[in-house]
Design a protein around this ligand. Structure first.
Ligand code: HEC
Length: 160
């Protein structure tokens, strides 16, 4: 069942990757590698959630391969990046009262609320028993909802 959905999904992904990276559309310039690199996050967001589990690939490679690898790595990669970029400031800071990454005891009652509640609190903001605010999207409104959800998944996975 998964495979039947996966193959057409991959075709769409690769067609859109080819379009986004401009392969064959424009004459290559010296900047083409940089352009491909810059377009990679767009492709990454598009396919998020459609991916079954695929082994993470080597990060060092050409820009074209990196697009595919980011797609293959799925939300785990986005989640870690988002966490390392934003959430770590509080959830990896050791500040008392803020549930820290890896602190299973602190996260267990929160995880019990269900993922949807955690997603919502992370996206729209939340102040609970700690009395300290969890800012909406960690204080970075330019994050997509999916980026934030991926970061929540990353925190949960590493805090059980
Ligand atoms: C400025 C500090 C700060 C940043 C940055 C921050 N958080 Fe939080 N977060 C908090 C605090 C404080 C709480 C605890 C709120 C409470 O329960 O009173 C919290 C709680 C949470 C919870 C649990 C909510 C619940 O219902 O128990 C989740 C999930 C969460 N944060 C996700 C994230 C994610 C994902 C990011 C990065 C995008 C992030 N946080 C960035 C301070 C922060």
């Amino acid at each position: 069942m998964i495979l039947r959905n996966f193959i057409p999904a991959m075709m769409v992904i690769f067609m859109s990757l080819a379009g986004l990276t401009g392969c064959g559309d424009e004459a290559p310039t010296d900047d083409s590698a940089a352009v491909m690199k810059n377009t990679a996050p767009i492709a990454k967001v598009q396919i998020q959630g459609d991916e079954p589990e695929v082994a993470p690939a080597n990060e060092e490679s050409t820009a074209m391969e990196a697009d595919t690898e980011m797609a293959a790595a799925g939300s785990g990669n986005v989640g870690k990046k988002t966490y390392d970029g934003i959430c770590i400031a509080c959830h990896g800071s050791g500040i008392p009262g803020i549930p820290q990454l890896g602190d299973a005891a602190a996260w267990a009652p929160r995880i019990e609320q269900g993922k949807d509640t955690l997603y919502e609190h992370a996206i729209t903001g939340y102040t609970g028993a700690s009395g300290m605010p969890m800012p909406a999207k960690g204080g970075n409104p330019s994050l997509s909802d999916d980026d934030v959800k991926a970061a929540v998944d990353y925190i949960i996975t590493n805090s059980q």
